[in-house]
Structure formats: structure tokens, C-alpha cells
Design a protein around this ligand. Sequence first.
Ligand SMILES: Cc1ncc(COP(=O)(O)O)c(C=O)c1O
Length: 396
Amino acid sequence: MFEPIERVPGDAILGLIQQFKDDPNPNKVDLGVGVYRDESGVTPIMRAVKAAEKQLIDDEQTKSYIGSHGDPEYGADVLKLVLGANSPVLAADRASATQSPGGTGALRLAADFIASQLPGKSIWLSEPTWPNHLGVFSAAGIEIKRYPYVDDQNQLDFAGMLAALENIPKGDVVLLHACCHNPTGFDLSRDQWQNVLNVLRERELLPLVDFAYQGFGNGLDEDAYGPRLLAENLDEVLITQSCSKNFGIYRERTGCFIAVAKDTEQMENVRSQLAITARENYSNPPGHGSAIVATIFNSPELDQMWRDELKVMRNRINDLRKQFVAGLEPHGLADRFAYVAEQRGMFSYTGLTKAHVERLRDEHSIYMVGSGRANVAGLNADNIEYVCNAIAQVVK
Ligand SMILES: Cc1ncc(COP(=O)(O)O)c(C=O)c1O
């Protein structure tokens, strides 16, 4: 039976990781990986997370199922984190939280919900976007369409994006990155979010906001500007949230699917459908990550510790962005790469071409994705000058 099954190539990024491992050059630099790295190149467990886990060992009473919507305490915490503790949306009781296996699980819930409850609607993704968006939505049988996001000069193409949104058929779904756009790092300004809101309202489009990096851009509340604006001004908004990055609990698979509806009645209707969607996919979400998050939010001390640690991570990335541009200054390249300091989140569309990326890898053992996407958190005090010098050599 298995004879006709063909082998497909593995994930390009996984291939890159292997190549990096096999490279004997002691100066090699990994800018391809998709996780946060600290100054010593480690993806650390946050102290607040460790402390919460220690507490859970003593306090956790059961490992029984937590239900299709997950832990209600975690759901309430995430709603406040994403929408704001004093959100009018929460006061009106028109937002529902369904705990999910990571942000990817939340996206799959969103995809199945759209496919089953809004049949015939297409989803519009930025070009480029996180590659797995294509996989998740096509696996659910949803037609994928694209809107432009970056122009030939490697700048945010907001005019192109808005013009495309203005022509999307009524009722279609538009996926927006809340902050720290992956892979480009180009985020919308507050004015641009307002423009997007106006078009969504006029065209009666349904936004699906992917919020995987809250706290990695400018701050927990600052990064939530877009999703909060939409949730407070539109009747219907979908949000997929992830705790993978901002709590550093990637492998605990902890996320949330938030559905904002016009009123409590409609929200409860949607929520009832989501319980079925979750149940048919995986029954119940995993419980360890959500217990960690709820334990942290339950303790003012751990909550503060977590916020402080997250701030250190965010500042490190934003400082590295500035240092990178400064490191290119002696080569006369600071203006050309100035946008790297303005981008937000871990990732940067550097504007380097595939040929540049190949030379960086082959001649300097610097690894990044073929699109020129670099993980800024892979830089550190020891390698940043080496990387800047190498870039100067390949672009000249
Ligand atoms: C844009 C975006 N959305 C969602 C996710 C999903 O994150 P996870 O499933 O690890 O929580 C990621 C992870 O890289 C991402 O970059």
C-alpha cells in the first residue's frame, strides 16, 4: 500500500540547522533559527517559568482533562493580556478564549472554524508571510489569496497593501500580523492600523490577527495596539495568540484562539462551535504550559519577574538592531540598512539577495534563510562585527 508514497523534501529551515551543525568553522553564526537566543546563544528558560514549575510540582492536584476550551483561568488571563485588563470588549462579554496547542494550534482552530462556519470565504495573507500560514489554511481546505506587503526596495508597501484590501470581496478573511511581522519585521504604525480598520469596516472583511510575539516589539500593551483597535471597533474579530515566544515555552504548546463577536449571545454560539472543532482535532489542549502562565499571572511577584525578563529580551533585540546598523557604518552601508533598526521582533528582512545569502554561508559560515530573513537574536557581542564585515564583503 505504501509503494506509491513519495518522499518530500524536509523543511528548508531544518536543513539549514543541519548544515550549520555540520560546519566545522569555529566562527560560524546561525541567523536562521526561529527562536530567541540570549547573549550566549542559548534559548533560556525564564526564571519566572522555572519558579512557576517548582510551585506546580507541589500544588498541582490532578492531571485530569481540562476540557476543550482549556483552563478557564488561563483563558481569562490571556483575554486580559491581549485585549487589555480594562477592555470594553471584555466588559461587554463578547470575547471567547479557547486554549490551543500553541499559536499554530490556534491558527488551525481558526482555519477549521472558517472552513466549517464561513464556507466559501478565502483567506488573504501578506506576501511574504510565515510559511506555515499557507500550510495550515490549505490543509483546512481554505482558498489562499495574497496581498502585497514589501516593495522592491525592501520597504513596507502599505499603499499596495491598502489598495489590495480595498478590492477584497465582502466577507473574506484577512490575516494580519499584530506585531513583529514574520518574516519581514515591518510593522504597521498606529495611523496605518486606523486605515486598515476603516477598510475592513467599509468592505465588511473579517480580520484574523496572528499575535505570536506580544512583548517582543515595543511592549506588551504597545504591541497589542492593532488587535485592540480592531476588537473595540468591529463586531467580529478573530485573534490567534501564542505564549511560545514571550514565555519561552515553545515545546509546551501553549496558545489561545480568541473570537470576538457582536454580543454575548453570538459569542456563545461561536464558542459552542469551537468546542467541537477542538474536540475533533485533539480533544483537549495540553495543560502544563497554561498552568505555568496562570501561576505566573496569579502571583504579583512572578508576574513582575516575567515582565522584567521579557523586557530584557525585547531590549536586547532592539539594541542589536541598532548595533547592526552602527556596525555597517564604517563600510558606508548604514543608510542602506537603516530599516533594520526600525523593524521589530526577532526577524528582519535584511534585503540581502539569495546570492548574498549563499555567499555568506559558503564564504563566511553565516546561515540565514534564502529570502534574506535573519534572526536578529542570533547576533551577539562576539559575532556582530564579523557578520557586519562579511555582509560588507558580499554586497560590495
Ligand atoms: C507568525 C507566527 N504565527 C504563529 C506562530 C506559531 O507559534 P507556536 O505554534 O510555536 O506557538 C509562529 C511561530 O513561529 C509565527 O512566527
